[in-house]
Design a binder for this molecule. Structure first.
Ligand code: SAH
Ligand code: SF4
Ligand code: F3S
Length: 444
C-alpha cells in the first residue's frame, strides 16, 4: 500500500474555522491524506485564514513566506490558502505569493479533493464560489474515530447584519441555517465518538431558523432536540447578536439543564451614537435590559462580550459610555479590539481615531475587564462546580477541564479520565484558571 500523504493545517480566527479545518481534514482523508502536526514533513500545507482585522490578514502573507525553504527542499509540496482571506483576496494571494498552489473559500472546501488532483498535475486551483451544492451534505459522514469530549458543530453560517466595521458578510456570505435533522444526526455521531459537550456555532447563531419537521425551527427548538440525546451532557452556542435573543432562548437558559450558564453576547460599544454608526440596530439601554431578562431566567449566568475601541469618530465621552456599560453588566469574560480598517466596509471611509488614542483606550478597557474577570473567578473559590475534564495538565497526575461557566479548572487526581464530569470544590484562583479537588461521595 502507498504511504499516505501528509496534510498540515494551520487554523486562524474563530471557532468556525476550527470546525472547518476538521472538515477539510476529513475531505482530504478521502483523497489519501493523514494529518500531521508539523509543516516539515507535509505534502500539503493549508492555512485556514481569518480576515477580521488587518493584522490577521497580514499574518497569512508572512507565514506563507516562511514556507519557501520547505518548498525549495521539496518541490512537490503543495501550499493552499483557505478561509476568509482566501474568500476576500483569492486572486491577489496568487499574485502576491507565487508559492501558493491553491485557494479555496469557506463555502467550497468540500471540493478540495478535486482541487488537489489539479494541483498535483502542476496547475493552480482557485475556488471561492458560493456553490449550490451544500458542503455539509457532501461532507456528511465524519470519520468514526474516537475523539475528545468537546466538539464544535456549525449550525448557521453567514451574516446579513452588515455592521459597518465587519467583513464577515462579505467573506461568509448571506445568513444560512442548516436543516435540523442534519445537525441532530451529526450531533449523535459526535456523541457516539465520545463527545459530551457540543458548542453550536454560527456567526449569528441565535438567528438560527433551519428547516425542522414542522416548519422552521428556532435555536431554542434545536437545543431542546439536542437535549434529548443520551450521553450529551452539555450544550453551548456562540456567537449571538442581541437583536436575535428570542424569548424561547432566554427561557431555555432557565429551564434546559444541559444548556450551560455562559453567554457570549457582543455589544461592541456603550455609546448610542457609535452603535448607530456601527449599524448595530440596538441601543446600550436595550442591551442592558436584555441582560436583565437573561439574568432573571438564569441568575448565575456568566456574561461575555466583544468590544471595539477607537471606532471612527469615537470621542472620549463615547468611550466612557462603553466603560459605564461594562461596569453595569459586570462581565465574566470579554474580548476587546482596536478598530481595524477593513477595505470595502463602510467605516473604512470615515474619519479615523489616532492610533495612540486607540491604544490608550484599549489599555484602560482591558484593565477594567481584567478586574471583572478576576473577580468572577475569585467568586468561584469555595464553591462546588461541575467540571468536564478534557486532557492531562502539565504536572504529573493533573487533569484540566472546563466548569459549567467555562472557567479552566486544574485538578491533581490520577483517577480522573478525559470525558468525566465531576463536582469539584474550587480552592484557588490563578491568573487564567482555577484549581480544586474532586468532591467524592462518602460511599466511594
Ligand atoms: N458574528 C459575531 C462576531 C464577529 S467577529 C458578532 O456579531 O458578534 C468577532 C469580533 O471581532 C466582533 O464581535 C468585533 O468585536 C471584532 N471585530 C470585527 N470587525 C472588526 C474590525 N474591523 N476591527 C476590530 N474588531 C473587529
Ligand atoms: Fe460582523 Fe455584525 Fe455580522 Fe457580527 S453581526 S458577523 S459583527 S456584521
Ligand atoms: Fe475570521 Fe472569518 Fe471567523 S474573518 S473571525 S475566520 S468568520
Amino acid at each position: 500500500m502507498a504511504e499516505p500523504k501528509k496534510l498540515f493545517i494551520k487554523t486562524y480566527g474563530c471557532q468556525m474555522n476550527v470546525y472547518d479545518s476538521e472538515r477539510m481534514a476529513e475531505a482530504m482523508g478521502g483523497a489519501g491524506y493523514v494529518e500531521t502536526q508539523t509543516p516539515d514533513d507535509a505534502d500539503m500545507i493549508l492555512l485556514n485564514t481569518c480576515h477580521i482585522r488587518e493584522k490577521a490578514a497580514e499574518k497569512v502573507y508572512s507565514e506563507l513566506g516562511r514556507f519557501r525553504e520547505l518548498k525549495d527542499a521539496k518541490p512537490d509540496l503543495k501550499i493552499g490558502v483557505a478561509g476568509c482571506v482566501a474568500q476576500a483576496e483569492g486572486e491577489e494571494i496568487m499574485r502576491r505569493q507565487p508559492l501558493v498552489d491553491l485557494v479555496v473559500g469557506p463555502q467550497s472546501y468540500h471540493r478540495l479533493p478535486q482541487m488537489e488532483a489539479k494541483v498535483r498535475d502542476g496547475a493552480k486551483a482557485l475556488d471561492t464560489d458560493f456553490p449550490l451544492d451544500d458542503k455539509f451534505d457532501t461532507l456528511r459522514k465524519r470519520a468514526k474515530a474516537k475523539r475528545g469530549p468537546t466538539a464544535f458543530l456549525t449550525v448557521q453560517e453567514g451574516c446579513d447584519k452588515f455592521c459597518a466595521f465587519c467583513v464577515v458578510p462579505y467573506t461568509r456570505g448571506a445568513e444560512v441555517s442548516r436543516p435540523a435533522d442534519r445537525i441532530i444526526e451529526e450531533a449523535r455521531e459526535l456523541v457516539d465518538r465520545g463527545v459530551r459537550e457540543i458548542t453550536l456555532l454560527g456567526q449569528n447563531v441565535n438567528a438560527y431558523h433551519g428547516a425542522g419537521p414542522d416548519g422552521d425551527m428556532t435555536l431554542a427548538g434545536l437545543i431542546w432536540e439536542l437535549d434529548k440525546i443520551d450521553g450529551l451532557a452539555r450544550i453551548r452556542f456562540t456567537t449571538s447578536h442581541p437583536n436575535d435573543m428570542a424569548d424561547d432562548l432566554i427561557e431555555a437558559h432557565g429551564t434546559c439543564a444541559k444548556l450551560m450558564p455562559y453567554l457570549h453576547l457582543p455589544v461592541q460599544s456603550g455609546s448610542d451614537k457609535i452603535l448607530k454608526r456601527m449599524n448595530r440596530s440596538h441601543t446600550a439601554e436595550s442591551y442592558l435590559r436584555l441582560i436583565e431578562r437573561i439574568r432573571e431566567a438564569r441568575p448565575d449566568i456568566l456574561m461575555s462580550g466583544d468590544f471595539i475601541v477607537g471606532f471612527p469618530e469615537e470621542t472620549e465621552e463615547d468611550f466612557q459610555a462603553t466603560m459605564d456599560l461594562i461596569e453595569e453588566v459586570n462581565y465574566g469574560y470579554a474580548y476587546s479590539f482596536k478598530y481595524s480598517t477593513r477595505p470595502g466596509t463602510p467605516a473604512a471611509e470615515r474619519p479615523q481615531v489616532d492610533e495612540e488614542v486607540k491604544s490608550d483606550r484599549l489599555q484602560r478597557l482591558q484593565a477594567l475587564i481584567t478586574r471583572q474577570q478576576r473577580a468572577a473567578q475569585e467568586a468561584m473559590v469555595g464553591r462546588s462546580v461541575n467540571v468536564l475534564f478534557e486532557k492531562p495538565g502539565r504536572l504529573p497526575g493533573q487533569m484540566v477541564g472546563k466548569s459549567d461557566y467555562l472557567h479552566a479548572v486544574h485538578v491533581t487526581d490520577a483517577s480522573i479520565q478525559p470525558g468525566d464530569i465531576l463536582p469539584v470544590k474550587i480552592i484557588d484562583s490563578g491568573t487564567n484558571s482555577l484549581s480544586g479537588e474532586v468532591l467524592r461521595r462518602a460511599a466511594e
